[in-house]
Structures are given as structure tokens and as C-alpha cells.
Design a protein around this ligand. Structure first.
Ligand SMILES: Cc1cc2nc3c(=O)[nH]c(=O)nc-3n(C[C@H](O)[C@H](O)[C@H](O)COP(=O)(O)OP(=O)(O)OC[C@H]3O[C@@H](n4cnc5c(N)ncnc54)[C@H](O)[C@@H]3O)c2cc1C
Length: 229
């Protein structure tokens, strides 16, 4: 993020910054992925129609976007699923967070992704997309979603299966950004009647979209929401 954008966000924080309290934090094993339950007393979740993201303060003048999922609009709680395989400020911050800590955020905004009401919903992404697709599933209610999340570590794939009662499959991450795994998963399926959602690593999202568009059974739609590069 450039210095001007950082300063602008800092001013925004002073003017509009709101806080939440961490109720609980659970690390997966190995501890490079975190589930964080948060109470956000000022966050009105009742009108959400699209997957949202919040800009969280992870250091002095530093912000990262995370996706509220599993929200309860009545008591204003939600869960953030945060990937911390990398060594960026967001990953360092989440490793230090403990129950009872306050989280500052400067706003809630909608992403491009919302449930499609025609055709099947197929989702593809990496571990940074888990919360995003859990939120999409919450908005879609009982409608079935299928798809694949690329996960490098075998135990994380086990935990994914154990924790989520979901049609989304954890697949072993292979190829640049997991591209090969997602193409292989999609290659074994018909997509003609599907709306495909792609999120996560931006260059991989772009390549995946390009490859899927070449298919003879072209999907009804392909919607990309890039997260990081
Ligand atoms: C709308 C939106 C919603 C998002 N929701 C979530 C979410 O719910 N959960 C979540 O974990 N992230 C989410 N992200 C991504 C998040 O905001 C950060 O960009 C990302 O976590 C990296 O932040 P960082 O400070 O740890 O690393 P950075 O400083 O951004 O990057 C440091 C290095 O790590 C690499 N890197 C960055 N992220 C990853 C990654 N996930 N895996 C492997 N390498 C990486 C970068 O290429 C770079 O080399 C979202 C982003 C957007 C735009």
C-alpha cells in the first residue's frame, strides 16, 4: 500500500475507527491459520446481501481486509478466518492476537460476490478464501455450493474436513498458487450450468478465469474477487 493511501486510512481511523472484542481465537495445526470470534457492537449485519469485508488495523498505519463470516446479526458477532502462512504484517498481527484483545476496523464494504439464484454455485480459492465462501454459503442458505479450496498442509486438509460439514473439498495445493489443483478439480466436472466464483491470490485468479473461459461447456458466469498478490 502506498504512503498516501496509508495516511488516508490513518485519518479515516481517527474519524471513523470502530472496535470489536476478540471472544476466542483458535489456531489450526500447524498454527498458520486462525479462526477468530469477534463481537463488533457497532456493526449492523442485518442488511448484508453480498459477502462483506472489513479493513482491520494490523499495525501502525497498516490495514488488511478480512471477511466476516458466521455472523449473528442479533448479538453482532462473527468469525474471521485468517491465513498466516506468509510473513506479512497481517500474518504477524494475527499470531499475536489473544482473547479479550480489541480489534480496530475502519469500515465494512461489500465485495462482488453474492449468491446466484440460477444454476449451481461453484467456488474456487485458497485458504484466504475460506471465510469468504463460508459467508457466501450463509447468504445462500440451504442452496448447495460445491467447489475446492487449495490447502498445502495435509493436517489442515484434515481439519477442514473435520470442522466444516460442507460440500467444498479441500484439495492438495499444486502448481503456481494452486492453479493446477483447481483446474484438475474443475476438469473433472461439467460447468455449463454453474456460476463460478474465484477468489484469493490475484494472478492465480486471473489465470484460472482465463483457462475456464476456454472450456466448451462455458459456465453461466465467472466472478473473480482478488485478495492478495
Ligand atoms: C476483499 C478482501 C477480503 C479478504 N479476506 C480475507 C480473509 O478473510 N482471510 C484472509 O486470510 N485474507 C483475506 N484477505 C487478504 C488479506 O487482506 C491480506 O491481503 C493477506 O492476508 C496478506 O496480508 P499480510 O499482511 O499477511 O501479507 P502481505 O504483506 O500482504 O504479503 C506479504 C507476502 O506474503 C504473500 N502472501 C500474502 N497473502 C498470502 C496468503 N494468503 N498466502 C500465501 N502468501 C501470501 C505476498 O505475496 C507477499 O509476498 C482479503 C482481501 C480482500 C481484498
Amino acid at each position: 500500500m502506498n504512503i498516501i493511501k496509508q495516511k488516508a486510512l490513518h485519518l479515516l481511523e481517527n474519524a471513523f475507527g470502530k472496535a470489536g472484542t476478540v471472544l476466542a481465537i483458535r489456531a489450526w495445526d500447524p498454527a498458520t491459520f486462525f479462526e477468530v470470534d469477534v463481537h463488533f457492537p457497532d456493526m449492523d449485519m442485518s442488511g448484508w446481501k453480498r459477502v462483506q469485508h472489513i479493513k482491520v488495523r494490523v499495525g501502525e498505519g497498516l490495514y488488511r481486509d478480512y471477511t466476516p463470516s458466521g455472523w449473528d446479526a442479533d448479538i453482532r458477532t462473527c468469525t474471521l478466518y485468517i491465513n498466516a502462512e506468509q510473513d506479512g504484517p497481517g500474518a504477524q498481527w494475527i499470531r499475536s492476537v489473544r482473547a479479550g484483545d480489541r480489534i480496530t476496523y475502519v469500515g465494512v464494504g461489500a465485495t462482488m460476490h453474492r449468491p446466484a439464484y440460477a444454476g449451481e454455485m461453484v467456488v474456487l480459492g485458497d485458504m484466504s478464501s475460506i471465510g469468504h465462501y463460508l459467508a457466501l454459503q450463509q447468504l445462500a442458505g440451504a442452496r448447495k455450493m460445491t467447489g475446492a479450496i487449495t490447502i498445502a498442509h495435509g493436517n489442515h486438509r484434515e481439519e477442514f474436513r473435520e470442522y466444516f460439514n460442507w460440500n467444498i473439498q479441500p484439495v492438495k495445493k499444486s502448481g503456481d498458487g494452486g492453479l493446477h489443483s483447481m483446474l484438475k478439480w474443475a476438469g473433472d466436472r461439467q460447468l455449463a450450468h454453474s456460476n463460478v466464483y474465484i477468489s484469493g491470490h490475484i494472478p492465480t485468479c486471473i489465470r484460472l478465469r482465463k483457462e475456464l473461459k476456454k472450456r466448451d461447456d462455458s459456465p453461466l458466469g465467472i466472478q473473480v474477487q482478488g485478495f492478495w498478490s
